[in-house]
Design a protein around this ligand. Structure first.
Ligand code: ZN
Length: 534
């Protein structure tokens, strides 16, 4: 079923009911999709759930497919690739605030749904808003190849970790001559780097797994993936996969060739073109990823942010550079006039570059903001990639209307965060320590999660919080004992320091003042920040 969300939900008929492959992003869209299936295909129960990989658009709606109670009561198998739970529940904990804010650009979630606004994301119409949850897997696929019978249907799973997602598998259903390609393959060039920000992906591994899928699909008459439409017929399938494989391999190899010839990422991105045989193939065109930003991903993977030019080693930060560029060019009015000429000539990249400095130097420069917004709009309308279009159009929108007032609420993810290992929260907590306030403090806090048999010693010194899994330190300033649920409420901002001090679900030993001082060091990110202005 396509179109309920950015990803697909796939039903495979078993002896007793449906094996559900992936569950969309939100409980609401998954519920709607299952109701649609029951209306048209008859009322069948869910006999197994398969999560192909650790991205939220493939599991977040799990509780709309099957409630946790029913899954438990009927012992419904829930399958996932090795490493799934950890990757799935941790992706957003460390840098979720920044990533979600940036994702609004890439997915165009603030744009009006209109010909001048959001029309697509490249992977599907749009990302759903709603409640994100999780059914923890009961069976993990840990071998490179593993066979399993679910509700009378034989599956052969193939793990493909560290490619499109950190934990992912594809699978064959030999008796149905079908192959599920998860998100390893799709009808677009995918991302080696995603514009929301994430660790870059390994093009060589990705191409290698695609090559291996040629053998896995040798008997298949249909390949269905978890985005876009299926591919029918053996020769179409082989061609489809070969073109995908060679596109990633080409981008990788030719970027590396350019790097070794001394070219920078922007130079390679500017000049690299796919061979005609690949360029003409619609399923590898840049609707989601682009050759340009994937080239930069390969460069980043091997050589990182520094292009080796000494002037780029310690450049002035954006506002300071902006001020000086604008002054050097004769002041903001002069720069806007030059930019207007570029705009009139259709040179929107150059008008954007010029006006970026005007707006960074002075966020209140109305004429600069408006012409920059119009330049972004033109760049957006000229982009084939939905992600680029959305980034440009959201930039234009925010130049006119400002950044959103409300940011990302982690509490919408509480159903999912329940399955996140405590250690991930402690790492995130350490990354929220206000270093200026913490600089001269040395504190030891014991954290005991009474219902999980977990005990952590948190040591703060040198402006750094370090955690260790140890029994409570008898020399600690304070010992905080609470349930995992309360700890989660704290970590998602649902419970503040005063709730903690007053609650009877919490036990505090030692110095309450030191504990309050420690908690006072943990910054709560506002969840929203300006991007196109400073
Ligand atoms: Zn996806």
């Amino acid at each position: 079923m396509r179109g309920f969300d950015i990803a697909n939900i796939t039903l495979i008929q078993g002896d007793e009911g449906w094996i559900v492959v992936d569950s969309l992003t939100a409980r609401e869209t998954a519920t709607a999709a299952m109701a649609f299936a029951r209306q048209h295909l008859g009322d069948r129960k869910v006999t197994a759930v398969i999560f192909t990989h650790s991205h939220a658009d493939h599991f977040g709606g799990a509780l709309g497919v099957l409630s946790a109670e029913e899954a438990k009561a009927r012992n419904v198998p829930v399958l996932a690739p090795e490493g799934f739970l950890e990757e799935a529940t941790s992706e957003n904990v460390m840098v979720g605030t920044a990533m979600v804010r940036r994702a609004a650009y890439m997915y165009g979630s603030r744009l009006p749904r209109s010909p001048q606004g959001l029309v697509d994301t490249g992977l599907g119409k749009a990302v759903a808003f709603g409640r994100v949850g999780m059914l923890p897997p009961t069976h993990l696929i840990t071998e490179p190849e593993q066979e399993l019978v679910l509700d009378g249907v034989r599956f052969v799973f193939h793990n493909v970790p560290g490619s499109e997602a950190p934990a992912e598998f594809t699978f064959s259903v030999p008796e149905l001559k079908a192959f599920g390609g998860a998100e390893l393959m799709s009808h677009t060039l995918h991302n080696l780097y995603t514009l929301r920000g994430a660790k870059v992906r390994d093009a060589l591994k990705w191409a290698r797994y695609l090559d291996e899928s040629l053998a896995h699909t040798a008997g298949a008459e249909v390949v269905f993936n978890q985005h876009h439409w299926p591919v029918w017929g053996q020769s179409n399938i082989q061609d489809f996969i070969i073109k995908q494989r060679d596109t990633y391999k080409f981008i990788h190899d030719q970027t590396v060739r350019g790097m070794n010839a001394g070219h920078t990422a922007t130079e390679i991105a500017e000049s690299l073109r796919l061979p005609k045989a690949l360029q003409d193939h619609l399923n590898v065109r840049g609707y989601y990823g682009t050759v340009s930003h994937n080239v930069k991903a390969v460069y980043q993977m091997y050589l990182g942010w520094f292009d080796a030019h000494p002037a780029n080693l310690d450049p002035l930060p954006p506002v300071e550079a902006g001020r000086r560029y604008v002054a050097a060019m004769g002041g903001p009015e002069q720069v806007v006039a030059i930019a207007q000429k570029a705009y009139d000539a259709g040179d929107y990249r150059w008008s954007s570059e010029l006006l970026k400095h005007v707006v960074l130097a002075d966020a209140d420069h109305e004429a600069g903001r408006e012409l920059l917004a119009r330049s972004f709009e033109q760049l957006g309308y000229a982009s084939e990639a939905s992600t680029w279009r959305n980034v440009y159009l959201t930039g234009a929108l925010e130049l006119r209307d400002g950044a959103p007032e409300k940011g990302f609420e982690r509490s919408a993810m509480i159903d999912m965060l329940e399955h996140t290992p405590t250690e991930r929260f402690l790492e995130a907590m350490a990354s929220s320590i206000n270093a200026d306030k913490a600089e001269d403090l040395a504190l030891t806090i014991n954290l005991v999660l009474s219902d999980r048999n977990e005990s952590w010693v948190l040591r703060l010194e040198n402006g750094v919080m370090f955690h260790r899994a140890l029994p409570p330190d008898t020399q600690a300033n304070a010992t905080l004992t609470l349930s995992k649920a309360f700890f989660l409420r704290m970590m998602t901002g649902k419970a503040g320091a005063s709730d903690l001090l007053l609650s009877d679900e919490v036990d505090i030993e030692g110095s309450t003042i030191d504990l309050a001082r420690f908690l006072g060091l943990i910054d709560k990110a506002p969840g929203t920040f300006p991007i196109v202005t400073r």
